[in-house]
Design a protein around this ligand. Structure first.
Ligand SMILES: Cc1cc2nc3c(=O)[nH]c(=O)nc-3n(C[C@H](O)[C@H](O)[C@H](O)COP(=O)(O)OP(=O)(O)OC[C@H]3O[C@@H](n4cnc5c(N)ncnc54)[C@H](O)[C@@H]3O)c2cc1C
Length: 421
């Protein structure tokens, strides 16, 4: 058997440094687990795979079925090119416990709200890990096996691969799974699994994770988070345009800010210089590690949309560049949920207060100090309001670029204009 990974050089070069490195580390690890028998094809997937299949005289090429819009389009192109060469593309299974599109209401229509989706998903979800292929001998075409060389430097080490993912899962089970329901929202603690990168790159299958779970509060909440990933994949599968367009179209008509002043605010947000410690710590965690805590993702997203009045797509594009766990469905719909334009539209408009969120989810201020050295001189939770102290901003930390209370009112006013209460 031959294993190949095909990607387009052009797409690879368009990726940010962190995502190039993540992919290369993933491929290195995959190659290692196949005793170096991985052929990496890096010009253009359709023509590369046709040439490859012809050389090894394959009649069928197997791949995991993609469900995101770009992946589906790519597999359609490859399938047609192979078909023209008399070769069959066999697509199986998915990177989900239940394939997107399979969890439907009794009338066959897709779910738009998570909780009823979860109830049905819970009836049919599969937690049986795939058996490893026994007795397979892997071969390669020597001159095709070139791993890509990242053009851009990643600012930190990336560790990837299946073996690392399995170790991460084992450590999470010992470290935090039992108390996951209590600790997962605490930004200052390591209370979550950090498995998002491995899930996004297909290094671990969700069934392998679900198989480990029992019936306890911590385990049950963790299973529900895995199901959020499945829900968003299902939503995107049913409405591919929602990767970049408003799921709820009325929000496209809302007033948003643009122009040089708005661009300056966007840059301050990206660099973690808004003057709101919890927002800035999150944005700097992203720059420093390629990952951000889920609670803080919601806080920074709410700030971009409701305090800076920018469109969610601008934030999602920055996350796409910077996140090592970037996933099209979870990213776009995580943003749209926070914007209020996505699934699970709530009867009230969610505006996160970045100060109160700091006191609640970083009660000792440790998370903020870890990422904002200019605030290291402030002990305890006072770090969430440095402007209240005479010495708060002496190390160059900026004053708030906007007034949260005023911007909250402004956000509610703009919302009223599109008549959503
Ligand atoms: C604005 C925004 C953007 C996001 N962008 C991404 C993204 O690009 N890629 C991504 O994987 N996740 C994204 N998320 C979801 C979530 O923040 C991350 O999955 C989580 O922080 C990853 O850390 P973890 O593996 O330790 O999570 P854990 O808490 O350990 O959860 C386990 C797994 O469940 C899934 N999961 C958990 N929470 C969510 C959620 N809210 N939505 C969907 N899946 C979830 C993830 O696969 C995660 O790895 C985003 C959330 C928001 C609010």
């Amino acid at each position: 058997m031959f294993a190949a990974y095909a990607y387009s050089r052009e797409q690879f070069e368009a990726l940010s440094g962190i995502r190039q490195h993540s992919l290369v580390e993933s491929l290195k690890s995959l190659a290692k687990s196949l005793d170096s028998n991985l052929s990496v094809l890096n010009k253009e997937p359709a023509s590369d795979l046709v040439a490859f299949a012809r050389r090894i005289e394959a009649k069928t090429v197997h791949a995991t079925r993609a469900h995101d819009p770009q992946g589906v389009a790519e597999q359609n192109r490859v399938g047609l090119a192979l078909k023209a060469a008399g070769i069959y593309l066999q697509l199986d299974d998915s990177n989900y416990s239940v394939a997107p599109g399979s969890v439907v209401k009794p009338d066959g229509s897709p779910y738009k709200v998570y909780t009823p989706f979860f109830k049905t998903w819970f009836q049919i979800f599969d937690s049986k890990p795939e058996a490893l292929a026994e007795g397979v001998t892997w071969s390669k075409l020597a001159d095709l096996n070139q791993l890509p060389i990242p053009d851009k430097e990643a600012p930190f080490n990336v560790v990837a691969g299946e073996a690392f993912a399995l170790r991460t899962l084992a450590r999470f089970k010992q470290r935090a799974l039992f108390d996951y329901d209590e600790l997962r929202n605490r930004a200052d603690l390591s209370g979550t699994s950090h498995l998002s990168h491995a899930l996004a790159f297909g290094e671990i299958h969700p069934r392998t994770i679900l198989f480990e779970l029992a019936d306890s509060p911590g385990h049950n909440v963790f299973r529900k988070e895995i199901a959020w990933r499945e829900f968003y994949a299902d939503v995107l599968w049913n409405k591919p345009a929602s990767q970049t367009e408003y799921y709820e179209p009325r929000f496209a008509g809302m007033r948003y800010d643009s122009g040089p002043a708005a661009d300056e605010k966007l840059a301050a947000w990206q660099q973690g210089k808004t003057g709101y410690p919890m927002v800035d710590a999150g944005m700097r965690q992203l720059l420093a590690t390629g990952w951000m805590h889920n609670r803080v993702r919601m806080i920074v997203a709410s700030f971009l949309i409701k305090d800076l009045h920018l469109e969610w797509q601008q934030g999602a594009a920055w996350f796409e560049q910077q996140l090592s766990d970037f996933d099209p469905a979870s990213n776009s719909h995580g943003w749209q949920w926070t914007a209020g334009s996505g699934t699970d539209a709530s009867p009230y408009y969610r505006v996160f207060n970045p100060i109160l969120q700091g006191y609640k989810f970083d009660p000792r201020g440790d998370y903020v100090r870890r990422y904002i050295p200019e605030l290291n001189h402030i002990m305890g939770s006072d770090v969430h309001e440095p402007w209240n102290r005479l010495d708060g901003l002496i190390n160059g930390y900026p004053a708030p670029i906007v007034d949260h209370a005023a911007e909250r009112d402004e956000a509610l006013l703009r919302l009223k204009e599109i008549k959503i209460s």
